[in-house]
Design a protein around this ligand. Structure first.
Ligand code: ADP
Ligand code: ASP
Ligand code: MG
Length: 412
């Protein structure tokens, strides 16, 4: 069972969570993963920013960033374990390093390498509920790490895989995965089931209901995942027929062409003008960014009219934008571009569906829906099961609603 930030936002909610855990623990051994209280991690990140963590001009302190931002989960794990004990349910809190959840050393976005299950299963077999601090791990060298924002979901699925759990239930503040963020579109519908692949795309493209790496991990290890609301009492609404099950495509009877619309405002567009149109230029640019651990998403290259000169546009996460510009600018002479510009006033809107593989005209519907609302498309990228466009940020909600309607996803 995993509980997100809103579900453990105060002591009253922690007591509600404890009642859900108590009911489950009466039936089978349970491991619980918790996030920090809602808003806590943002506050901690802001403190590290204040201390210079986001300043590309200062020495990197990503390892110390992790020490700070991992602390929110320690509090909720301890409080939930304590509350369970007061209710007569044996429980103990576990920090990432105590289990241990061993990760690589990519601080701030670490990947889990290994979770030896013995420590957990030993106490669980003795009837003690394991309450685990999500989002955190430890390197082989003994330093604290965090898994990237929203990473508690990944802790939960990884723990489920490690201990061989029958299911990983993600309790959150919505009662399932919807066709789009229900906060943006009230006509969004809950999906009874969604395939791992579609969920992975939705999550990677901005639907923060699940951390994308948790879906990747669930798919790789065949962990059945259920998304449920924590705003229920034991026995209420947690049976079959509620929530969303993330499962293999073959298990889904009702096939849709488009299953959902996702969006991300966490984008920044970087444009390089007047690049030499010669082999090796892209490798120069993206090699440098990769070495600095900057994730690049959409990339478009276009030939300028002038003989031998090209322009290049690519997107990175907003938090990486300043660093990316710095890195590229520092190699201006080697790369040989004329000018660089950055635009943070952009958003990415995507439509996702496995049905796209076998249906023509999906892109056409998207482009005409956006055109009819006067939304200009800056960059397009596609895969087998998604189409993404980069647009001006101000049009995000309009675009999401237009696409939701255009693909017949609106609740009737
Ligand atoms: P938690 O703190 O429980 O991890 P998050 O805030 O990370 O919760 O994720 C839940 C939120 O995800 C919901 O409140 C909802 O606004 C948002 N969301 C975005 N896209 C979707 C979607 N397609 N379906 C459901 N929720 C979504
Ligand atoms: N507390 C962390 C965050 O806010 C992890 C999580 O909630 O999943 O990103
Ligand atoms: Mg989350």
């Amino acid at each position: 069972m995993k509980f997100g930030g809103t579900s453990v936002a105060d002591l009253e909610r922690i007591r509600r969570v404890a009642r859900l855990v108590q009911a489950e623990a009466a039936r089978r051994p349970v491991a619980v993963v918790v996030s920090a209280m809602a808003g806590k991690t943002n506050e901690l990140v802001a403190w590290t920013d204040g201390a210079g963590a986001a300043d590309p001009a200062l020495p990197a302190s990503d390892d110390e960033y992790d020490v700070v931002v991992a602390s929110g989960e320690q509090v909720t794990a301890g409080l939930l374990a304590m509350t369970l004990r007061h209710m007569g349910v044996p429980a103990r809190a576990w920090l990432g390093w105590q289990i241990p959840i061993i990760t690589d050393d990519a601080h701030g976005r670490a990947r889990i390498d290994e979770i030896p299950p013995e420590n957990l299963t030993k106490t669980m077999d003795e009837g003690v509920v394991a309450v685990i601090a999500g989002f955190q791990g430890v390197t082989r060298g003994g330093r604290l790490t965090t898994l990237g924002r929203g990473g508690s979901d990944t802790t939960a699925v990884a723990i489920a895989a490690a201990i061989g759990a029958g299911c990983c239930d993600i309790y959150t503040d919505v009662d399932g995965v919807y066709t789009t963020d229900p906060r943006i579109e009230s006509k969004a519908r809950r999906l009874a089931k969604i395939s791992y692949e579609e969920m992975l795309e939705m999550a990677s493209l901005g639907a923060k209901v699940l951390h994308s790496r948790s879906v990747e991990m669930a798919m790789a290890h065949g962990v059945p995942v259920r998304v449920l609301s924590s705003f229920i009492e034991p026995g209420q609404g947690d049976g079959n027929g509620t929530g969303t099950i993330v499962c293999d495509e073959e298990e889904i009877m009702e096939k849709r062409i488009v299953s959902g619309v996702a969006f991300s405002r966490d984008e920044a567009k970087i444009t390089l003008y007047g690049l030499p149109d010669t082999p090796g230029v892209s490798s120069q640019i993206f090699g440098r960014l990769a070495d600095a651990n900057v994730n690049v998403d959409m990339i478009v290259q276009s030939h300028a009219r002038a003989e031998g000169a090209a322009n290049m546009e690519f997107t990175v996460g907003k938090r990486d934008a300043a660093r990316a510009v710095e890195i590229v600018r520092a190699a201006k002479n080697e790369i040989g571009f004329a000018d660089i510009a950055v635009d943070e006033d952009v958003a990415k809107v995507s439509v996702i569906g496995v049905g796209m593989r076998s249906h023509a005209g999906v892109a056409k519907t998207m482009f005409s829906a956006l055109a009819s609302r006067g939304v200009n498309i800056q960059v397009i990228s596609t895969s087998e099961i998604k189409i993404s466009v980069l647009i001006e940020a101000a049009y995000t909600e309009l675009a999401v609603r237009a696409l939701h309607a255009a693909y017949g996803l609106d609740k009737v």
